[in-house]
Design a protein around this ligand. Structure first.
Ligand code: XLS
Ligand code: CA
Ligand code: CA
Length: 439
């Protein structure tokens, strides 16, 4: 069998290693809080960025040199399967995520597209059985083709709605065939550019209808996956309906869908919404809908969706802190929805990027576990809110008080003393944990 990558198997060599093609922190079987690292960190390869992205941007052509290129798109799809599994095996990545159209090409008709997907996914299944590699989630690409210029479920054209529904059905069937435990809905072009041509109410209703139909099919078809919505505030449309976690929660509750969907949270989308990654994760956690993570990062100076590999230790630490507080991600994992830069066009760059991302999260996990074990922030927070356990605080907490009673209380207690929030001290402690645990 053809070998696509000259790079060999990537091993853990520890923090002292000078070998860039080795893990310094990701030691898959090491126990962290009693659980192997690889179970905390269910890393996944994104089919699209890893096997399909070729470095093109709006100003320039492809730059990537790949050994799995073929003039025939169907043959190339098969080569990508071989290359992708070789890549995952060499990195020790046990999951992948896919869109229908990056796993198999679009045909001349929908029927042909479906057939291509059936054929290529049969081959994927064979590879999965041989390697033990699993599918983390599947999704449908209902945004790339020009038919989706005005959205899929929110298109003013019902023919487009039907086509999107057909694509989602097929992508769900394929996810079931591949044993995926999650299924993702990223809003794609579900949003608007101007309200001058948009019936907002109708679009929201239609979008909810599409999600309800998919929810029902998830049960009917026996897929029974955890359904996930992936918030993003803008890009490609000016205003995406799934703006951020809180907006999506409101939307789901409004349409009675909040028990059926959790969130797939992407770091770069959080920053586009002017939130931190931790904010989005925490918001989902407290609403019991933290499902899975797209592990990447943006460039704060650019302001668009750069989908870079995660290297920020602070963000990774605080992200893993939220994951630990959540008790893990159940069926979810960490998908590297990230692409190498245009100038990093060699195969080796792909490996280096994944190693760096995996090490960053492994490091973040170690530090987060220590912070949690030592209750650095949790005991501070406990004390900070302790007065809600007694007196007037307890009554508010139990909602055993009226506005009038509170008014009377405040009249008698109007000389208030507050306590410091100690932000700088806590930031100092965070730094100390990060630096002390630097090996
Ligand atoms: C695009 C999204 C997309 C989803 C899956 O910005 O990140 O790749 O993760 O459709
Ligand atoms: Ca994503
Ligand atoms: Ca993105």
């Amino acid at each position: 069998m053809k070998e696509y990558f000259k790079v060999g198997k990537i091993l853990y060599e520890g923090p002292q290693s000078k070998n860039s093609l080795a893990f310094k922190y990701y030691n898959k079987d090491e126990l962290i809080l009693g659980k192997p690292m690889k179970e905390h960190l269910k890393f996944a390869m994104s089919w699209w960025h890893t096997l399909c992205a070729k470095g093109q941007d709006q100003f320039g052509q492809n730059t990537m040199v790949r050994t799995f290129e073929n003039e025939d798109p169907l043959k190339e799809a098969y080569e990508k399967v071989d290359a992708g599994f070789e890549f995952m095996e060499k990195l020790g990545i046990e999951y992948f995520c896919f869109h229908d159209r990056d796993m198999a090409p679009e045909g001349r008709t929908l029927e042909e597209s479906n057939r291509y997907l059936d054929e290529v996914s049969d081959y994927v299944l064979e590879k999965m059985q041989k390697t033990g590699i699993r599918c983390l989630w599947g999704t449908a690409n209902c945004f790339n083709h020009k038919r989706y210029l005005a959205g899929a479920g929110t298109s003013p054209n019902p023919e487009v709605f039907a086509y999107a529904a057909a694509q989602i059905k097929k992508a769900m069937d394929t996810t079931k065939k591949l044993g995926g435990k999650n299924y993702v809905f990223w809003g794609g072009r579900e949003g608007y550019d101007t309200l001058l041509n948009t019936d907002l109410q109708k679009e929201l209703d239609h979008y909810a209808t599409l999600l309800k139909l998919a929810r029902d099919y998830n049960i009917k078809s026996g897929l029974n996956a955890q359904l996930l919505i992936e918030p993003k505030p803008k890009e490609p449309t000016k205003h995406q309906y799934d703006f951020d976690v809180q907006t999506v929660i409101g939307f789901l509750k409004n349409y009675g869908l909040d028990k059926d969907f959790k969130m797939n949270i992407e770091a770069n989308h959080a920053t586009l919404a002017i939130h931190t990654f931790q904010h989005e994760l925490a918001m989902a956690r407290v609403h019991h809908c933290l499902g899975s993570i797209d592990a990447n990062q943006g460039d704060l100076l650019l302001g668009w969706d750069t989908d870079q590999f995660p290297t920020n230790i602070y963000d990774a630490t605080l992200a893993m802190y939220e994951v630990l507080l959540n008790g893990g991600l159940e069926t979810g994992g960490l998908n590297f929805d990230a692409k190498v830069r245009r100038q990093s066009f060699t195969d080796e760059d792909l490996f280096l990027a994944y190693i760096s991302g995996m090490d960053t999260f492994a490091k973040g996990l170690r530090i987060a576990a220590k912070l949690l074990e030592d209750k650095v922030f949790e005991s501070f927070k406990e004390k900070r809110y302790a007065s809600y356990q007694r007196g007037i605080g307890a009554k508010i907490e139990k909602r055993e008080i009226s506005l009038e009673e509170l008014s009377e209380y405040a009249l008698e207690h109007d000389q208030i003393t507050n306590e410091s929030g100690r932000q700088e001290q806590l930031e100092m402690l965070l730094n100390q944990y990060i630096l002390e645990n630097s090996d």
